[in-house]
Design a protein around this ligand. Structure first.
Ligand code: ZN
Length: 133
């Protein structure tokens, strides 16, 4: 892991959140992308080397719907950039961390992604992401 790629923030309404974060960060989002397999609509803001990812649920079964019901809006996950996601997944599994998905998946923003269960990471949902070539 060599940097924080992005912070994921769960929001109830992505249009309203886009306006709020544009005001906060002093710039507009640069892309909106729906990942139907994950039940999320995302929007991205650049902040230096890192990004903010806003996540809105696209259906009631979405992990974001469940998160909003349980915890309300707020920080949902921290995503770390990795150069070799499979190697990093193996290393973390051997260290005793619980991977939510055994194989990496296609995520938003042209990434291979994998999530670590918060029960093994002190309550924080962690995402690994590697740029697809
Ligand atoms: Zn993310």
């Amino acid at each position: 892991m060599n940097r924080i790629e992005h912070l994921g923030i769960a929001v109830a309404n992505i249009e309203a959140a886009n306006e709020l974060f544009a005001k906060l960060l002093g710039k507009a989002h640069y892309k909106i992308e729906t990942v139907e397999s994950e039940g999320v609509k995302t929007s991205f803001f650049k902040v230096g080397e890192s990004k903010i990812e806003l996540l809105e649920a696209t259906n009631p079964e979405s992990p974001i719907s469940k998160f909003l019901t349980k915890k309300g809006e707020g920080v949902h996950h921290i995503a770390f950039h990795v150069d070799d996601i499979e190697k990093e997944m193996d290393r973390l599994k051997n260290e005793g961390f619980v991977l939510i998905n055994e194989n990496y998946k296609d995520g938003a923003d042209n990434k291979k992604v994998c999530f670590l269960h918060p029960k093994s990471t002190g309550g924080v949902l962690i995402e690994l992401c590697q740029e697809k070539k």
